[in-house]
Design a protein around this ligand. Structure first.
Ligand SMILES: *[C@@H]1O[C@H](CO)[C@@H](O)[C@H](O)[C@H]1NC(C)=O
Ligand SMILES: *[C@@H]1O[C@H](CO)[C@@H](O)[C@H](O)[C@H]1NC(C)=O
Ligand SMILES: *[C@@H]1O[C@H](CO)[C@@H](O)[C@H](O)[C@H]1NC(C)=O
Ligand SMILES: *[C@@H]1O[C@H](CO)[C@@H](O)[C@H](O)[C@H]1NC(C)=O
Ligand SMILES: *[C@@H]1O[C@H](CO)[C@@H](O)[C@H](O)[C@H]1NC(C)=O
Length: 636
């Protein structure tokens, strides 16, 4: 008798099925084989080796390059989220074009030879602004997100009625490449534990995607999470990283799903950074070793992330455990492909493991994209934010006795300016206080244009000011990204509770909603005919100030990394596109990724910086040819 090992037996049994059944009738099918504990594709056993990639964190121009690199590593699938708030910015207004063209991404993946595991939410977490939920949901102050709250469900139903019919033609059964679809995301880690909500989603997904599509859930590696996040009819999968006992984790999946394939839906190949954290790194040997262990067990594995990319603009989320902790702009994630899409040693180690389990495509790995160190550019002051309101807020302020949130102002992201008058003479330093910790998330305070200091959520609830009765008090409030995980995702922004000056409540506000991105996208300040004869740095302004400059064209439009050494905190735009936040003082991220396709090789490139606290003395910025995401690593 031939002695055979257990995994081989499993495959043999699965293979028998092909011979026993009519293979022709099974082409174009993807299903779960509960007898033999595997997936079946076209009636044959199928194991996926997948990587997460977020089209919304990578410029469209680079999608094909990144997918090809994943294919050449030996992956046979990619796992993608769909962020609702990226596609429905205002209720009923949808955008699926340009960098938001989901179907183009699916098409490229299909052309590349990659299957897709789709995770359309509606909640996605993903360290993305509000976990992918649109902030306009918060216009209802009592909304219970991720539950059967009728207002929430109505918005979900309208969205999924747009999204799911779009993806239906991409299902494997319809000739596309989507093998399976996840319902919600780690729902068991949310406090509501509302099975009726999961049931509602289950029904909706069935209506739009049919009875035969494999639908699944993903939850963290605890009994509580698996219990609250799973539902009969949705295949239960688990997620865990390198610090976990693999067999114990899959034993847990087995308790909820006694038969069927083993699936780790998020095997953490790296990890994220928050501002002020140490730069996270996950050891390559551990990743490779655990990947091998899981694949040897016949498990299906998705590596989260395979390429992380960038939280451009205002799209970073935040965590809130003991305090509010916003995620940095880079979503490099210490992933096998870097933020800029370059293959790393981790990728090569993973490829070496995959080779032992399936044939890896022949041929060269596409090389890293070209990088260029364009050098220094000196910026000039445009002016203080508070003196540019005619341009930044052309509609003017609304007048209100009380404070209003960003959501009430229907300005969901970025910055808001709250203005009032000092109610009395302040002889001595007098504290401006947010007694209920209502500054969400950071406030820059000036009196008659003179900067006084800042307030910060959870850490700095008072700042001293001085001035005369009737002086103008300006408070610029920054939204640093809504909480994306846990019970605090109803994260209203702005001044969300009363401010006191000494013992007086401040009232009678002028609230300016700032159209900064719209104004910069339309060419300001470079089109503005401003008098910029001021010498750089000649007059040290503190507080929110705009700066501008140009990077002269060099015939190249290669990727580069922007370093704002000596600057404090703010936002950068290049040619009208919002690159994201910089905060080198807090770290660990020191450089912003500037994708080459944003640059012009023939025209001067427009740089705009909003510095919130204090610019570097020489007002210079530096374009380098490499990323620096770890302030502790030193460097120039
Ligand atoms: C839709 O999104 C794309 C990509 O970000 C953008 O270029 C385009 O202007 C948006 N369309 C509308 C109508 O907002
Ligand atoms: C996906 O790619 C396959 C193989 O190239 C092709 O036959 C199929 O038509 C493609 N599907 C779609 C929806 O484009
Ligand atoms: C991992 O968990 C299994 C039980 O599932 C246990 O038998 C084994 O000892 C654990 N391994 C380690 C290294 O703790
Ligand atoms: C405000 O000034 C007073 C008096 O100088 C000082 O005791 C207090 O610490 C200051 N408070 C803050 C928040 O700076
Ligand atoms: C820079 O701004 C000017 C003025 O708005 C505009 O004409 C020019 O096209 C911009 N340059 C690039 C490369 O977008």
């Amino acid at each position: 008798m031939m002695k055979i090992t257990l995994p081989f037996v499993t495959n043999l049994i699965c293979a028998c099925l092909v011979m026993c059944e009519n293979a022709a009738s099974e082409s174009g099918t993807f299903s779960i084989d509960y007898k033999n504990d595997c997936f079946l594709k076209d009636g044959r056993p199928f194991q996926y080796i997948s990587g997460s990639i977020h089209y919304f964190r990578i410029p469209r121009f680079y999608w094909k390059d990144r997918l090809l690199k994943m294919y050449m590593t030996g992956l046979n699938a990619v796992q993608i989220y769909v962020p609702w708030n990226f596609h429905e910015a205002m209720p009923g207004v949808y955008n699926f074009s340009g960098d938001r063209d989901l179907e183009h991404f699916l098409d490229l993946a299909n052309q590349t030879g990659l299957y897709v595991i789709l995770r359309p939410g509606p909640y996605i977490c993903a360290e993305w602004e509000m976990g992918g939920l649109p902030a306009w949901l918060l216009q209802n102050p009592d909304i219970m997100l991720r539950s059967t709250d009728p207002d929430y469900l109505q918005a979900v139903d309208s969205w999924l009625a747009v999204l799911l019919p779009k993806v239906r033609p991409w299902l494997y059964s319809e000739g596309g490449n989507i093998l399976s679809v996840q319902v919600e995301n780690e729902y068991g880690s949310y406090f509501t534990c509302d099975y009726n909500y999961l049931r509602h989603l289950h029904n909706l997904f069935r209506v739009f995607l049919g009875e035969d599509t494999v639908l699944f859930t993903t939850d963290g590696n605890t009994d509580k999470e698996m219990a609250c996040g799973t539902l009969q009819g949705l295949y239960a999968t688990i997620d865990f990283g390198t610090d976990t006992n693999v067999s114990a984790a899959f034993d847990r999946q087995r308790r909820f799903e006694p038969r069927g394939p083993l699936v780790n839906s998020e095997f953490y190949a790296g990890w994220l950074d928050h501002w002020g954290d140490q730069h996270a790194q996950v050891d390559t040997n551990k990743v490779a070793g655990m990947l091998e262990e899981m694949l040897s067990m016949g498990a299906n594995v998705n590596m989260y992330m395979f390429e992380g990319g960038t939280n451009f603009g205002y799209w970073n989320g935040a965590d809130h455990d003991t305090r509010y902790r916003p995620v940095v702009t880079s979503y490099d994630y210490d992933a096998p492909l870097s933020e800029a899409g370059d293959p790393t040693d981790k990728l090569l180690a993973i490829k070496d493991i995959i080779k032992r389990f399936r044939a890896v495509p022949e041929g060269p790995m596409p090389p890293p994209t070209a990088k260029f160190a364009y050098g220094f550019v000196t910026l000039k002051k445009v002016g203080r934010m508070s003196s540019l309101l005619d341009i930044l807020s052309p509609q003017g302020p609304i007048l209100s006795p009380n404070l209003k949130t960003f959501e009430e102002m229907k300005r969901y992201y970025g910055y808001m300016l709250y203005r009032t008058k000092l109610p009395k003479m302040l002889h001595d330093k007098t504290p401006l206080i947010s007694p209920l910790n209502g500054v969400h998330d950071r406030a820059y305070v000036s009196v008659n244009g003179v900067y006084q200091g800042l307030l910060e959520r959870d850490t700095t609830l008072a700042v001293n000011v001085t001035g005369q009765q009737g002086d103008q008090l300006d408070i610029v409030v920054e939204n640093m990204g809504r909480v994306n995980f846990g019970s605090k995702i109803n994260d209203y922004k702005g001044l969300v509770s009363s401010l006191f000056l000494g013992s007086d409540v401040l009232t009678d506000w002028q609230i300016y909603s700032l159209d900064i991105d719209e104004v910069i996208a339309s060419g300001w300040p470079h089109s503005g005919g401003l008098d910029l004869s001021l010498e750089p740095g000649s007059e040290a302004f503190d507080g929110p100030v705009f700066y501008m400059g140009t990077l002269e064209p060099m015939g190249l439009a290669w990727d580069t990394f922007l370093k704002l050494r000596g600057w404090t905190k703010g936002h950068v735009w290049i040619n009208g596109v919002n690159l994201g936040r910089y905060w080198p003082q807090r770290g660990p991220q020191q450089t912003l990724f500037v994708p080459g396709p944003l640059l012009s090789g023939s025209q001067p490139n427009n740089i705009t910086v909003l510095e919130l606290e204090r610019a570097s003395a020489d007002a210079r910025v530096l374009f380098m040819d490499r990323a620096q995401l770890n302030s502790a690593a030193g460097g120039s």
